[in-house]
Every structure is written in structure tokens, then in C-alpha cells.
Write a protein that binds this ligand. Structure first.
Ligand code: CAA
Length: 258
């Protein structure tokens, strides 16, 4: 499939998606959403693919929603198009695991897109921010909600109200990113991590993702109940029998994916 704003390649069971609007520091316009939506749908539907990595360039993961595209829109346009809602239905809805590999700027919608990933691996050059306030707006792709859940109220308020950037070290200390690697190793590290995830029993990977996400949506009692039920459902798979037998027989498991 031909994409205008992203590059997509398959490396064994890992799909690598690269944002590719260098002239705009990978600003997220409507075409990026169309392309990413199609790429994530294809990834989810392809039984040979088990984990994805989304990355940008050395200078910018993405510098935000495309300000030039938004500048002339009226409030009614944003409302009637339900602007930004597609990110939830086309990107967050992805059921298989995916990682954001972030170098350089991840600002506004760029930070929000990274936070849609299951986790973020950051280069030591990464800089995160929600600078929308400087444009007299506020986050629109989940920043005020996901950043607050990730780093807590104090830091989220600091970031949203001052519009300042957080470097990779502060992002790791604050729980926004899973780990930091030297910029030169970012893609390699993210692809190796994705390959490790892709080698896991695929349904178990999808259910683990779902379980952790449920922690963001529900209270503890409901979350624990859902966790037990999902565990019980997973135990019905052929792969569960194989996984436990392989452990006892001291050999690697061979997964059917069901
Ligand atoms: N939208 C559209 N174009 C953008 C852009 C954006 N978010 N960010 C950068 N660009 C464009 C610039 O306009 C410039 O294009 P031209 O060469 O045609 O002028 C090109 O990318 C290179 O950018 P700079 O010359 O500004 O590069 P720099 O190195 O001097 O600065 C930067 C880098 C600090 C990231 C700066 O570009 C910047 O501040 N960008 C905007 C960041 C921002 O405000 N993001 C939030 C957007 S609103 C949003 O995302 C809403 C939401 O919640 C979804």
C-alpha cells in the first residue's frame, strides 16, 4: 500500500512505521492520521505481524498537530469534524502491542501520539512537551489526560501551564518513558525489544496489553476481577498448554497464536 506521509516496512514479525514529513518536523496533519490509521489496521489484520515500532526522525518524533492546517479552521469546523477523534478510533484502537521510539521533539500532538503507544523508548535527545497553551489552545489528542496519568498532577500542570519541555532524563524519572538509550542505538534497541515481544505467544501479548490498559479505565476491584477473568480465558488457549509444557520439558515453546 502507498502512503504519503509515512514509511512502512516489515522486519520479520515486526512492523516498522516511520513518520516522514521532514519539512514539517513530522507535524501531524489529516493525511498522517489517514496513513497511520491504514498502517495500524493492516498491522492488526496481518497474522504474520506481532509487534510494531513507530518512530520519527533524529530531530523530531513529531512537533505536534499541524498548526498550518488548523490555523484557518473555525470552531464549528473542529466541532463538526470532531477534530482529533480519529486518533482514538484509528491508532489507540490497535489491539496488538506497539512501541514509540522517540528521538528529538515530541511536542503537543507528538507527545500525545507517543503516549498512545504501549510504551515509549526514548533517545537521550528526546524532548517532550505540551506547548499548546502558547498557541492559546490546550492539548486535544489526550495530553491533559494521558500525561496526568503518566506523570501525576504536579508535573502535568507544570508542563501544560508553562509549555516547557522535559528532557529524556526527566521523562524517565517521571514515568513517562520506559527507558532511555543513546540516540544512535534507538532504532536498534526498539526493534530488538519489539522482536522480543513478537516472539511471545501472540494472544497473551494482546491480553497483557489489554489488562494494563484496563488499569487506566477502572477502579481496583473491577480491574482485578477483569484481570482474573482474562487470565482464565487465556488458560483455554493451546498456547497456554504449550507454554507450561515447554517450561516443564525445558524447551522453547512453539506458538500457534490461539
Ligand atoms: N505544525 C506545522 N508546522 C510545523 C510544526 C507544527 N506543529 N512544527 C514545526 N513546523 C514546521 C515549521 O513551520 C517549519 O516550517 P518552514 O520551514 O516552512 O517554516 C519547519 O517545520 C521547521 O520548524 P522550525 O523552523 O520551527 O524548526 P526549529 O528547529 O527552529 O524549532 C520547534 C523546532 C521548537 C519544534 C518548533 O518548530 C516549534 O515550536 N514547533 C511547534 C511546536 C508546537 O507548538 N506544537 C504543538 C502544536 S498544537 C497541537 O499539537 C494540538 C494538540 O494537542 C493535538
Amino acid at each position: 500500500m502507498a502512503y504519503e506521509t509515512i514509511l512502512v516496512e516489515q522486519r520479520d514479525a515486526v512492523t516498522l512505521i516511520t513518520l516522514n514529513r521532514p519539512q514539517a518536523l513530522n507535524a501531524l496533519n489529516s493525511q498522517v492520521l489517514v496513513d497511520l490509521g491504514a498502517a495500524f489496521a493492516a498491522f492488526d489484520a496481518d497474522p504474520s505481524q506481532h509487534c510494531a515500532v513507530l518512530t520519527g526522525s533524529e530531530k523530531a518524533f513529531a512537533a505536534g498537530a499541524d498548526i498550518k492546517e488548523m490555523a484557518d479552521k473555525l470552531a464549528a469546523d473542529f466541532f463538526l469534524e470532531d477534530f482529533f477523534s480519529g486518533w482514538q478510533s484509528k491508532v489507540v484502537a490497535t489491539r496488538k502491542p506497539w512501541i514509540a521510539a522517540v528521538a528529538g521533539f515530541a511536542l503537543g500532538g507528538g507527545c500525545e501520539l507517543a503516549m498512545m503507544a504501549d510504551f515509549i523508548i526514548a533517545a537521550d535527545t528526546a524532548r517532550f512537551g505540551q506547548p499548546e497553551i502558547k498557541l492559546a489552545v490546550a492539548p486535544g489528542m489526550g495530553g491533559s489526560q494521558r500525561l496526568t496519568r503518566a506523570v501525576g498532577k504536579a508535573k502535568a500542570m507544570d508542563m501544560c501551564l508553562t509549555g516547557r519541555m522535559m528532557d529524556a532524563q526527566e521523562a524517565e524519572r517521571s514515568g513517562l518513558v520506559a527507558r532511555i538509550v543513546p540516540a544512535a542505538d534507538l532504532l536498534d534497541d526498539a526493534l530488538k525489544t519489539a522482536a522480543a515481544i513478537a516472539s511471545m505467544p501472540p494472544m497473551a501479548a494482546m491480553v497483557n496489553k489489554e489488562m494494563v490498559n484496563i488499569a487506566f479505565e477502572t477502579g481496583l476491584a473491577q480491574g482485578l476481577l477483569t484481570e482474573r477473568r482474562l487470565f482464565q480465558i487465556l488458560s483455554a488457549t493451546d498456547d497456554r498448554k504449550e507454554g507450561m509444557a515447554a517450561f516443564i520439558e525445558k524447551r522453547p515453546g512453539v506458538w500457534k497464536g490461539r
